[in-house]
Design a binder for this molecule. Structure first.
Ligand SMILES: Cc1cc2nc3c(=O)[nH]c(=O)nc-3n(C[C@H](O)[C@H](O)[C@H](O)COP(=O)(O)OP(=O)(O)OC[C@H]3O[C@@H](n4cnc5c(N)ncnc54)[C@H](O)[C@@H]3O)c2cc1C
Length: 289
């Protein structure tokens, strides 16, 4: 049932990370974590029942975005999409993520929504999800008394479901520093900018002249989760990038995707545009006109 009125819930506002982790340790799956709230409040208005809502807004020191040339990019759990757009380091070194943030929704949404929340929502349409899946990286998952690094390739396990345990909080996203010659790009197809994607794609490749290696291609809205494109990656890996290999990679995408009809598009249309968008993203990353 859809409703515009939120049902009653208890709001907890931990003032420290250890307090937040204790709340999760004691209450586990009964706790609904809220960062920017731009996904979860929509879900609650649509009927998702949350009894205990734990907001991260009062947690100090988690709204950072730091770049270091040797260790790479670190994005705290409370860092917003707008902070990504404002970062010259992200624009220069991680174009796929910057481009995904730049076209994200509206200024109000970008000021409120977090990058980590985008990943933890587990939507196959997440724009930062596509970018981070292509760039590679890991999430630091903290629980009372321990932390672990969760590789982005292992994060999404089913539609809307992640590998996060009930007692864990994602505290930081890490993306490695790009080697010289690393290129990346993001592209998205929507009806209007405020809409979620009909299809999105992000690519990241190591270029040595015109030869590609360490190819990472990610596509959204074509499977229950954000996915890598192993068949298309295999075509490009170690290959000379030219119109023939690009066409082959675009054709290979069909083996990797399993799109469905939904309110934003049809499976047939998604199959029709998937290869085209992959090709355009690689061309954009490699500045091929
Ligand atoms: C009008 C509108 C337009 C939108 N446009 C776009 C768009 O263009 N592109 C796009 O990708 N998305 C879009 N979204 C979806 C949403 O804004 C994004 O997914 C956003 O990044 C979610 O971040 P948040 O901080 O608001 O997450 P929240 O809603 O606070 O949380 C999302 C999920 O992640 C979990 N979570 C959040 N932080 C943590 C954490 N640190 N540890 C563990 N779990 C956590 C929450 O429990 C929840 O399940 C749009 C939403 C709306 C309402």
């Amino acid at each position: 049932m859809s409703t515009r009125v939120l049902t009653d819930f208890d709001l907890v506002l931990p003032g420290s990370l250890s307090e937040a982790l204790d709340i999760l340790a004691q209450n586990g799956s009964a706790v609904t974590v809220v960062a920017g709230g731009t996904d979860i409040l929509v879900a609650m208005k649509a009927g998702f029942k949350a009894d205990m809502v734990m907001s991260l807004t009062a947690l100090p020191d988690l709204d950072y975005l730091d770049y270091d040339a040797s260790s790479g990019l670190r994005i705290g759990a409370n860092a917003s999409i707008a902070q990504v757009v404002d970062s010259a380091d992200v624009e220069r070194h991680y174009p796929a993520l910057w481009q995904a943030a730049k076209i994200f929704a509206t200024p109000q949404l970008r000021n409120t929504a977090t990058v980590v929340g985008n990943l933890l929502r587990g939507s196959p349409a997440g724009d930062c999800c596509a970018a981070v899946a292509a760039l590679g990286g890991s999430l630091t998952m903290a629980s009372a008394g321990s932390t672990r690094e969760l590789d982005i390739d292992d994060l999404w396990v089913a539609y809307g479901t992640t590998a996060r345990a009930d007692n864990e909080l994602a505290v930081e996203l890490k993306i490695p520093a790009p080697a010289a010659g690393r290129v990346s790009a993001f592209k998205r197809l929507t009806r209007v900018n405020e809409d979620l994607a009909k299809l999105n794609v992000a690519v990241s490749l190591q270029m040595d002249g015109s030869t590609c290696s360490d190819v990472r291609l990610a596509m959204g809205c074509v499977a229950p989760t954000m996915i890598r494109l192993p068949s298309a990656e295999a075509v490009l890996e170690g290959s000379e990038l030219n119109s023939e290999t690009l066409e082959k990679a675009a054709a290979a995408v069909q083996e990797d995707i399993s799109p469905i009809d939904d309110q934003r598009s049809t499976a047939e249309y998604r199959r029709g545009v998937a290869g085209v968008y992959l090709k355009r993203a690689v061309e954009q990353a490699c500045s091929i006109a």
